[in-house]
Design a protein around this ligand. Sequence first.
Ligand code: ZN
Length: 413
Amino acid sequence: MTSTLIHSIRIFDGHSVLTESGFLYFKDGLIHTVAAGAPPAGLEATNTIDGAGHTILPGLIDAHVHCHGDSRTLALCLKFGVTTVLDMFSDAAASQGLKKLASEKADYADIRSAGFGAVIKNGWPGPIVMATMPDKEVARKMVESWPLVEEGREAEWITGRVEEGSDYIKLMQEDGANLLNGPFPTPRPSMQAALVKAAHANGILTVAHAMSQKATMTVLEAGTDGLAHCFYDEKPSAELVDLYKKTGAFLIPTLVVSASITGENVQDSKDILERDVVSKRVGHDEKECFCGRVLLARGGSVEHSYETVRVLKKNGVDILAGTDAAKGLHGTVPGLSLHQELGLYVHRCGFTGVEALISATSTTARRFSLNDRGRIAEGLRADLLMVKGDPTSDIGCTMDIAGVWRGGVALEL
Ligand SMILES: [Zn+2]
């Protein structure tokens, strides 16, 4: 296999800037040596890259994506330097298919998946699928294919997901109170607690959908390991912050989707489409989708989400960068959306550039036990993103992509 040496480069290792000028040597898909200063004399590689003026960072991880069996979603993510995605609800067999594809070909992002989410009869996300999919017949068939959770049979339902290859469990706590097409039936708190208990007995995490502060409190009390969205209906309460701290739960904010649901941030999306990174990678329909808005909110504002993320981060809650990006979901384009999300953390939520990058690399790897990635360290996978400039001081630089490697294999840009 080939080996690569990148020298004279700024290195962000997933936690901090290791050095303003160092070198990285990787071969056979793994990081072999990383250090400050010049490479030792005699270190030879198949490819040598002068990284002056550039920064190398771990490949980004988007902690909330929906692939729905679509290989283009994984290809797009990788083109934007997102080397791993955590799918948060897709058909189980389709997810297994994508895992196989990603294991065989290096031009797709790697994927972990929740498989089917913990849906109850007539519950979320059926209503959103029916409201947003253009072909109602396809939508109905999709909704009918989901295995439903029943009261008292939670452990059995979890076993079914584990057997299908789910890497973690997606919980659903959406009553639709602040959505135009609500209300919907929701699981009882006892059901959520039973699902969490059964998931933990199987050694896997639970991540919960909730888009109101009240629903967020319910799933935190049920013991979920993390939230898949930040709510937008209210300002964060002191009780919420206490509950996050007490439970140690993490938050995947998906600010880009909150803004899409409330109809905000269109100008920010338009500005991003002006960047060079977009024209080569994103098609016309995808650009329209990026600036489109879901517009399903009954009140609320993404400003509440910004404040919540800001307060939780300040209180030491783990923030895992994630977008909810999915093919055709208004306000998103897989891969590109993560860069917008990181910009919002810095410009709206009080993150430093380093904190934003940590949220898209080492924190997610740690919380999801992805121990072979998310950091630049010897022996880890050579999943890497090289950008022009310094994203630790200007987060927008993550979009000035100069190189992407997955498992040490360079992606043709
Ligand atoms: Zn989602």
